[in-house]
Design a protein around this ligand. Structure first.
Ligand code: PMP
Length: 340
């Protein structure tokens, strides 16, 4: 169960429930919702300290896969649409065109449908079949781009499509300031409210950098002594290494996006994909948490940070999407068969 607040508002837990809300004995507020947009955000924060070796810090994870579109990217998708509506870049009848690894596309299609916009996405063809089908189920037009052109190829194709067709809005999550802003103002505030204090550290992966940069800005302001680790799969270029192929989806990149502020990271930690995937299986078996490869990488890095910070400290991370979204991938079949 989760708290369902009106879109964008955080309410003090001491406030009395009103209207059609009903207070249950566990303090969970339930209310009838008329739009899934209202259900974006306010995800549960779970104490997963039991997976940290003895003597380590406490570890808390935001279950972002419980957003209505199934991932953390529902949040920036909605924020980028609403910012563009406010400043007139997005008007009724226009088409939203975006390069995406899939989850942003799913979030944009969900919010776009409810607001009456057509959606067109350019996706590297290595991304999971499930994410592509979900975008198509929402009615989006999906163009697969050969993985040898990577995300930069998708960005070029999206711009070319918009120029050719006109009346298009390209949110461009890699540069759009609304992407990190929503993580700084809303995701950070949710964590602080749920914990009741500001944590000592964070370990979070980056694709566009929106989540990392936003949360790192919030945490460095709220706790200047905090320790902030950026997580990437081995083969991503955020430490200046040459790009090599990797299997984890959603984190890592072939370039450093504008929205990724590397200055906010005390350390950039490489997690091998096999280690991230093994951690996904561990989370499923020990805690019932189904999270994709980026969640496994985040958990692995966060455990290492907990060990470094030690007892009495606290660390946060996020589980961006659900393992179900990768069920057709070979690495998931290997997890089931006991291989890594
Ligand atoms: N994990 C997954 C599965 C994702 O799809 C994304 C989005 N690319 C991220 C993590 C990273 O989020 P961000 O774009 O905010 O860096």
């Amino acid at each position: 169960p989760r708290d369902c607040f009106a879109s964008g508002t955080l309410r003090e837990s001491s406030e009395t429930p009103q209207g059609n809300e009903r207070q249950h004995d566990q303090g969970v507020t339930m209310k009838v919702t008329s739009s899934l947009i209202e259900l974006i955000g306010n995800t549960p924060l779970v104490d997963i300290s039991s997976i940290v070796p003895a003597g380590g810090a406490k570890l808390f994870a935001k279950l972002e896969y419980l957003n209505p579109g199934g991932s953390i990217k529902d949040r920036p998708a909605l924020a980028m649409i609403e910012a563009a509506e406010r400043d007139g870049r997005l008007e009724p009848g226009m088409t939203i065109v975006e390069p995406t690894a899939g989850n942003t596309g799913i979030g944009l299609a969900l919010a776009g449908n409810l607001k009456g916009y057509r959606t067109v996405f350019f996706v590297p063809d290595r991304m999971s079949h499930e994410k592509i089908v979900l975008m198509q189920l929402y009615g989006a037009e999906v163009f697969l781009v050969d993985k040898c052109h990577g995300m930069t190829g998708c960005i070029e194709r999206a711009h070319a499509y918009a120029a050719q067709h006109g009346r298009c809005f390209v949110p461009l999550q890699f540069e759009n300031p609304a992407n990190p802003e929503q993580a700084e103002t809303r995701l950070g505030a949710e964590i602080e409210q749920q914990l009741g204090y500001v944590p000592d550290g964070m370990a979070i992966g980056a694709g566009t950098g929106g989540t990392f940069t936003g949360l790192a800005r919030w945490l460095s302001n709220a706790n200047p002594d905090s320790v902030r680790w950026l997580v990437q799969p081995e083969g991503s270029v955020f430490r200046g290494d040459e790009k090599r192929p990797y299997l984890v989806e959603g984190i890592g990149n072939s370039f450093v996006p504008k929205n990724l502020d590397l200055h906010l990271a005390h350390r950039i930690l490489d997690i091998p994909c096999t280690v991230a995937f093994a951690r996904c299986r561990d989370l499923a078996r020990r805690l019932g948490i189904l999270t994709g490869g980026s969640g496994g990488a985040n958990a692995e890095a966060a455990i290492q940070l907990c060990t470094q910070l030690g007892e009495g400290k606290s660390v946060i991370t996020v589980f961006p999407d659900n393992l179900e979204r990768y069920a057709s991938k070979e690495w998931v079949r290997n997890l089931v068969q006991g291989e890594n």
